[in-house]
Design a protein around this ligand. Structure first.
Ligand SMILES: [Zn+2]
Length: 453
């Protein structure tokens, strides 16, 4: 059994768990915090462990030891947190019928733990600043500091602005892979990754974060582990679910890397409502479109009121794509995000960029703000006389005066465009806002409620 401990490791307790009268040998290894490393006096140590992966990998190492050697029992514990001189950092115990197996297994386990576990070590020195240490192998340590990590980049960006930024990335596929890698390595302080999907074999040619042995794993979870390994100085959170407006909490910017119009508009509407800027890209074969939404400055609905049908636009599943194209567009998403986080605007905040990835022709279309756009106005309230004009002739009026909230939610499911009406227009407005936040983007509220003469 492999575990991670935040408490001081008690060797005697662990040893008693391994007591076995049939075993001819018990070998114990204790790795301890020593007072020096590479010529510097060390006063204490700090370990940061990536729990999920470390527990999985640790269990795998112990199983490999069992398969290789003839063991009775085996147990290993790795410390995390702040350790003092002399504290046990790693404890390994193995029992076997013969000492040779127990010796070899213990040696094998400590070597593999050093190589494979996602554990970061920070050394606190007597006469120098504390440093994170990456153990490349048993004899070679690389020391690095956060400022060194961004040395070349901080010439061209304000690193503190990036460190303070909190970015939500929806979709960890073809667009999300390059965008998330670039933002993680650029030092965006907090990344929140959202994707419900699992890695499939036909993703691998373009979604370069993943390997064939990751097939079947959840994209956002796997991406969060890999990004955290790439840059230990940032925080990465994974949400293995569909997009939900609640995920916008404490977020400064959203990157939309999804591939269907319904989700894109749902993200757009939620960002507009919660006043969170959004950078979004779409790709059809070799044609890409990149745009930025700054709430209060016009929206997508100003121009294209209704969600376009995916079937009319096409997507990579049906028409195919190549990693070179998708990764270019994903990189542009991250570069637009960095520019926005630096200056509050970027080159696609006023115009939509259209780019042909085969011949590199590009053009920009200036965005237009429509004064009567209900989405920009944000309240989704309409006058009775405007129902047909604004929602189209196929809209239905739903009188919710005798319906419970649940009944309203139920009856919305199978309808396209609905205008809710109640006594005075207060409850219908509240429900319309809730339904819109859940993705029902054609629900309106009748201003002033039902006229009763
Ligand atoms: Zn608008």
């Amino acid at each position: 059994m492999f575990s991670i401990s935040q408490e001081v490791i008690s060797g005697s307790q662990l040893k008693s768990e391994l007591t076995d009268h049939k075993a001819g040998a018990l070998v114990i290894f204790e790795g301890m915090v020593r007072n020096h490393n590479q010529g510097l006096g060390v006063k204490s140590l700090e370990y940061q462990v990536y729990h999920e992966l470390a527990l999985k990998e640790g269990a795998k190492i112990l199983q490999e030891a069992r398969d290789k050697f003839n063991l009775h029992e085996v147990r290993a514990v790795h410390r995390e947190g702040h350790l003092s001189l002399g504290d046990v950092a790693v404890w390994i115990g193995a029992t076997a019928s013969h000492r040779d197996d127990a010796f070899k297994a213990t040696r094998f386990i400590i070597d593999e733990i050093k190589h494979r576990l996602p554990v970061w070590k920070k050394e606190h020195y007597l006469q120098a600043e504390a440093k994170w240490v990456f153990c490349k192998d048993h004899h070679h340590h690389v020391h690095f500091e956060e400022t060194d990590f961004y040395k070349k980049q901080s010439i061209v960006v304000n690193q503190n602005k990036l460190k303070e930024a909190r970015v939500l990335i929806v979709g960890l596929g073809g667009l999300g892979c390059p965008a998330s890698v670039n933002l993680a390595l650029a030092g965006v302080g907090k990344l929140r990754l959202v994707d419900y999907d699992r890695i499939s074999f036909d993703n691998l040619h373009r979604q370069f974060l993943y390997r064939p042995n990751h097939v079947g794993e959840l994209k956002s979870k796997m991406a969060s582990i890999i990004l955290k390994e790439m840059n230990p100085f940032i925080a990465v959170e994974s949400i293995e679910n569909f997009f939900h407006p609640q995920q916008l909490e404490e977020i400064d910017l959203v990157i939309d890397g999804t591939d269907n119009m319904k989700t894109k508009y749902q993200i757009h509407d939620a960002c507009l409502k919660c006043r969170v800027p959004l950078v979004s890209a779409g790709l059809f074969k070799d044609h890409a479109q990149i745009k930025t939404l700054i709430p209060g400055d016009g929206c997508w609905r100003c121009l294209e009121h209704d969600v376009p049908q995916d079937a009319l636009l096409g997507n990579c599943n049906d028409f195919g794509t190549t990693g070179a194209w998708v990764n270019t567009v994903g990189s542009l998403l991250s570069s637009e995000a960095i520019e926005f986080l630096q200056n509050g605007k970027n080159s696609t905040s006023e115009s939509v960029l259209h780019l042909n990835l085969k011949n590199f022709s590009l053009f920009k279309i200036k965005k237009a703000k429509t004064d009567h756009c209900l989405y920009c106005r944000g309240d989704f309230q309409i006058e009775e006389s405007a129902c047909e004009v604004l929602t189209g002739s196929d809209s239905e009026i739903l009188d919710i005066r005798n319906l419970t909230d649940e009944q309203v939610f139920d009856s919305i499911k199978n309808r396209d465009k609905v205008v809710l009406c109640c006594h005075r227009g207060h409850r219908s407005l509240k429900l319309a806002q809730m339904l819109r936040a859940q993705g029902h983007d054609s629900v309106y509220s009748l201003r002033g409620g039902v006229k009763t003469e």
